[in-house]
Design a protein around this ligand. Structure first.
Ligand code: THU
Length: 138
């Protein structure tokens, strides 16, 4: 699962890898890049930290928010790049935010990669089963 393998979406993974180099993570030193595909386009994000630690935002959320700001609301795929081995999956808060913009979570692939070429993949439905989609709201 973590062995080098062929990317399903090489452009998306390259974008996540490039975004990782622009992370601002002087406190944790855990640099994260993310890229989401929506409306056929790629939007990038990286984690951006703050001296007031809780104000940090994750890479996945900056990428999704960039997509939404451009009017692309329907997520097709996500890639996340960290230096972790095995590659690190999105945190719970980001899973919830991804779910908000996933019309069909079973059709959204989330791929975690690292610079060693290791790769793990899930569907968003696997990462947040039975999630809170908002359909329950009045
Ligand atoms: N981080 C992400 O960017 N994405 C995740 O899914 C997990 C954590 C960031 C937040 C913080 O800047 C650093 O990694 C350490 O938690």
């Amino acid at each position: 699962m973590t062995a080098p393998s062929e990317p399903a979406d090489a452009a998306l993974e390259a974008a996540a890898s490039g975004a990782q180099r622009r992370a601002y993570a002087p406190y944790s030193r855990f640099r994260v890049g993310a890229a989401v595909r929506a409306a056929g386009e790629i939007f990038e994000g990286a984690n951006i930290e703050n001296a007031s630690y809780p104000l940090a935002i994750c890479a996945e959320r900056t990428a999704v928010f960039a997509a939404v700001l451009s009017g692309a609301y329907r997520l097709e795929a996500v890639a996340v790049c960290t230096d972790a081995s095995p590659p690190s999956s999105p945190c719970g808060a980001c899973r919830q935010v991804l779910l908000e913009f996933a019309p069909d979570p079973t059709a959204v692939t989330v791929t975690a990669i690292n610079p060693r070429g290791e790769r793990r993949s899930w569907t968003l439905a696997e990462l947040i089963p039975d999630g809170f989609s908002g359909k329950e709201l009045p």
